[in-house]
Write a protein that binds this ligand. Structure first.
Ligand code: ADP
Ligand code: MG
Ligand code: MG
Length: 905
């Protein structure tokens, strides 16, 4: 292994932004900033490789690494002009984790490392500020004991509360050096009691302990949960950043804060953040004191003093530095800073997490500002997150009504946009449990990484404390969940399971709340959501395009995507309405029109049942004759909606018993309606019973045994196409035969279809013809695709059935074991959600290759659920399909994913 430790800052800056994988995001950006001449406290980074080595070495820090750390430490002492453990001028350190991508589930940072009973005195003397020295010491003991030794934080908190009460003081800042001194000794007692060992006073022991703790934190439950959720590989490892301290808690000319170069919630270009005077580290996000706004405009009307007002020089430098960082990294930055006696230091910068809305706006604005091109912008947008643009929002009129009725419970910060309604849950565990029954909203004082699973299970998150950069806000935005935070009127009584706001009391598990993460409003009761602006423009036409900026941005992303992608995006739609919606979203055709859905509507089911009961071909024909005009009318509607675009129609697929009532009352009713006796119905139901309907008498097998059914369907298609053509509409049907296993099934079916079409043409004196092809959804079909292609003009991969039959998993029954498969890493993902590229994808690949060998121009598409899954779309692009097809609301996602796949190549 190469070098294990890289220094940053001072006169030896060894890293840079390009070394993210090795140094982690925090470490590489600290070095990058130092390289730009931005003030960064110097330090050094232990590489992510060392994290993996730590585990292969039986969780030990090996001597080679320790020697490298010692070298870097000596350099750092020189750079800062002080000594680690020195009793005159002690060097204090922060130890910070830092993986390739930011992971809130990871270890908390340990600050002020190097303090002990002797160095604290030296710090007292060197700073001339005893209160600061002892405040730092007590912080260090608390953090170190919690993070490294596993002593519960609450124990120290309780001790602090008791002391404040005894002294009659309210704020941490009211405590004197003497008070902290007493607490330090009490804290040490707590550590001894809890861990069985005295608090480690040797600075080197402290350092090794903290480094080890960072490596260990890579494998805590919450870190693993976070990695699963965000698909971060386990073998990336974390870096460890050991950095010299700068102090925001030395007095009134000091402070610490966080800032964004743009609003992470809306994407608007405004400098934005929070800070605290005379504070250190995570005080800002911990919610102990209310953070103050950074800019004047942000402070307006709050009565709070902005940094711009209080420390104008530092503010100006901060603002300029942040703008510079944004230009340098060409993306919105989320930065952490500390001001020590009027001097500004940057402690972190990263591309800021943002909502889907903000992500889109920022990407477009950066293009307009000339920082990036449209291709880069497309690559940066999470395709799945487009679904948030289409997600419903609350009806403003209904909100008005609730407001008038006094049902507005409270207002907090609009930390994560979107509408959420649910029963109140007060703990993560409760949320997880309740979510199995119905929607929940998680209500907490504040959240911590332990709450992740509960947050995932909830529709939205409401917190009483914390700002726009609190844990709840950051994590919720990352998940695309609505979030309202800092709703300080909310009081939570965990013991009684009650949320109280003023006079109102709501009960967890019983009462509903609705929260609007875009405005911060929280209502009592259930609110119904209504269509997003994009839908209002495209689908119901209630809003004009020029009146919705949101829509305009959406349209721009779609236009760029259409220009960049190669794959066509079609939709799965069975009704003219769905077809029209999908077309409005940019669908370029229908990839799957399921005819069976048309059989259920209204009176049709009666004719269908009549057909099924018929004992001979004549009886069946009679019933089918009733269905013909209805089916024809359906197709006319769809062809009209899709005028000029291809419509891929699949012949009847499900087994016939799905059309019969399985219960006695239903069967009685059917007997009455059809004028037959109950016994006839019962016998037919019994006859049609199958042990394994998924693999029973369905798909092309129906047409082979009852050709008159598919003849009716094909006639309906042909006649509908001719009828609309007479009205000037261009119908482009394609007829698809489901569940082919061998080419002979297709050949037989085709003969019937061609004959029926010939008859239609003869009757009408026309020359109707259309492509005929097949689904590839049975493994045998996939591997004999060279033969099948001789008869098929196109293939459409039915990846749902292909996954079922390829794995031998019944999709409807897999719920009982698939989650465990994923949990135990037997499978990376649920293969019904994201295509199993290695196995089922290989079947697709083979089929494409063989199909093309026989028929070079064969049209290839996919119509399973995977057609709307961005990762699967990437795969379909790479194997060279012509199109993907997905549900109407996923069309935009598939479109962007297709563009991203094309841009990646
Ligand atoms: P996280 O990844 O949870 O944000 P960080 O390692 O960034 O953790 O540390 C959290 C906070 O601790 C920083 O924002 C900063 O306020 C404080 N901090 C970290 N290192 C230093 C340092 N060298 N000097 C002063 N404060 C520090
Ligand atoms: Mg932290
Ligand atoms: Mg940080």
């Amino acid at each position: 292994m190469g070098k294990g430790v890289y220094t940053f800052g001072g006169n030896r800056n060894e890293g840079g932004a390009a070394m993210r994988n090795l140094l982690g995001g925090k470490g590489c950006n600290l070095a990058e900033m130092a390289g730009l001449g931005i003030p960064v406290p110097p330090g050094f980074t232990l590489t992510t490789e060392q994290c993996n080595a730590y585990y292969t070495n039986g969780r030990q820090l090996v001597n080679e690494l320790k020697a490298e750390v010692m070298d870097a430490l000596r350099w750092l002492e020189g750079a800062r002009g002080c000594g680690f453990g020195s009793t005159e001028n002690p060097l204090l350190l922060s130890v910070r984790s830092g993986a390739r991508v930011s992971m809130p589930g990871m270890m908390d940072t340990v600050l002020n490392l190097g303090l002990n009973d002797k160095t604290v005195l030296a710090l007292e003397k060197a700073s001339g500020n005893p209160r600061f020295a002892w405040d730092s010491y007590r912080r260090f003991i608390t953090m170190y004991s919690n993070v490294v030794l596993g002593v519960e934080h609450a124990l120290f908190e309780a001790e602090l509360e008791r002391t404040k009460e005894r002294l009659g003081k309210h704020l941490d800042t009211d405590l004197s050096a003497e008070d902290w001194k007493v607490l330090v000794s009490a804290f040490k007692d707590i550590v001894f009691e809890e861990s069985g060992h005295p608090f480690p006073l040797d600075p080197m022991d402290q350092l090794w302990g903290a480094i080890r703790a960072v490596f260990e934190s890579w494998n805590t439950g919450r870190a693993i949960t976070y990695r699963r959720l965000h698909r971060i590989p386990d073998d990336w490892g974390t870096g460890v950043n050991v950095q010299s301290m700068v102090f925001g808690n030395m007095g009134e000319d000091c402070g610490t804060g966080v800032a964004f170069t743009r609003d992470p919630s809306t994407g608007e270009r405004l400098f934005y953040g929070e800070y605290l005077i005379n504070a250190q580290g995570e005080d800002v996000v911990a919610g102990i004191r209310t953070p103050q706004p950074i800019t004047r405009s942000q402070a307006e009307g709050t009565g709070l003093k902005s940094l711009e007002e209080v420390m104008p020089d530092s503010f100006r430098e901060l603002d300029a530095t942040c703008q510079r960082l944004e230009t340098h990294f060409k993306d919105m930055q989320d930065i952490e800073f500390t001001i020590e006696r009027g001097k500004l230091y940057l402690l972190q910068t990263r591309n800021g997490k943002r909502t889907a809305m903000a992500g889109i706006r920022i990407a477009i604005d950066l293009v307009d500002e000339g920082l990036i091109d449209s291709k880069t912008a497309l690559k940066r947008i999470d395709a799945d997150s487009l679904s948030q643009l289409l997600a419903p929002v609350f009806d403003p009129r209904e909100k008005d009504r609730l407001r008038k009725e006094g049902k507005l419970l409270t207002k907090g910060l609009n930390a994560g946009p979107g509408a959420a309604t649910g029963l109140i849950a007060l703990t993560a565990a409760q949320a997880e449990k309740m979510a199995q029954e119905g929607p929940v909203v998680l209500v907490r004082v504040e959240t911590s990484p332990e709450d992740i699973s509960g947050m995932i299970a909830s529709q939205g998150i409401l917190t009483a404390r914390g700002g726009m950069t609190s844990h709840a806000a950051v994590v919720a935005r990352g998940m695309g969940k609505p979030c309202v935070c800092g709703a300080s009127a909310v009081q939570i009584d965990l013991a009684r399971g009650i949320v109280r706001v003023g006079e109102k009391e709501l009960k967890a598990g019983q009462d509903w709340i609705s929260m609007d993460g875009s405005t911060g409003e929280v209502f009592v009761g259930k609110l119904s959501a209504h269509p997003s602006e994009v839908n209002q423009v495209l689908v119901d036409g209630r809003l004009k395009a020029e009146d919705s900026e949101l829509y305009q941005r959406f349209a721009k992303i779609m236009a760029w995507s259409h220009a960049a992608k190669r794959l066509k995006v079609r939709t799965n739609a069975d009704t003219p309405h769905d077809a029209a919606v999908a077309r409005a979203f940019g669908a370029e055709g229908i990839g799957l029109c399921r005819t069976e859905h048309m059989f259920f509507e209204g009176d049709r089911i009666i004719a269908v049942r009549e057909m099924i009961l018929a004992t001979d071909i004549e009886g069946r024909r009679k019933a089918l004759a009733k269905l013909l005009p209805m089916q024809r009318e359906d197709f006319e509607g769809i062809f009209t909606a899709m005028n000029g675009l291809p419509v891929n129609i699949r012949l009847l697929d499900p087994p016939l018993h799905e059309f019969l009532p399985q219960d006695e009352p239903g069967q009685k009713e059917m007997a009455e309606v059809l004028g037959v006796d109950l016994g006839t119905v019962e016998r037919r139901v019994a006859q049609l019973h199958e042990f394994n309907p998924m693999m029973g008498h369905r798909g092309c097998r129906l047409g082979i045994t009852f050709p008159e059914i598919i003849r009716m369907q094909v006639r309906a298609i042909a006649e509908a196409a001719l009828n609309v053509a007479a009205k000037g509409i261009t119908a482009v049907p394609e007829i698809m035969v489901p569940l082919i296993g061998t080419v002979r099934e297709l050949a037989y079916t085709k003969t019937e279809m061609l004959d029926e079409i010939a008859q239609v043409n003869k009757e009408r004196g026309t020359q109707f013809a259309c492509p005929m092809g097949t689904m590839i959804e049975i493994p045998r079909a996939a591997i004999t695709s060279d033969k099948i292609a001789a008869e098929a003009e196109f293939f459409s991969f039915g990846t749902n059935d292909l996954t079922q039959m390829g794995f031998g998993f019944s999709r409807d029954d897999a719920g009982s074991f698939l989650p465990e498969y994923v949990g135990k890493k037997i499978l990376e993902d649920d293969p019904f959600q994201s295509l199993d590229q290695e196995g089922i994808g290989e079947l697709v690949r083979i089929s494409c290759e063989k199909g093309r060998a026989t028929r070079p121009g064969i049209k290839l598409g996919v119509c399973g659920e995977h057609g709307g899954d961005p990762r699967s779309v990437g795969f379909f692009h790479r194997v060279g399909l012509d199109y993907v097809s997905c549900s109407p609301y996923r069309v935009p996602i598939a479109t962007l994913a297709a563009a991203q796949a094309a841009l990646e190549q």
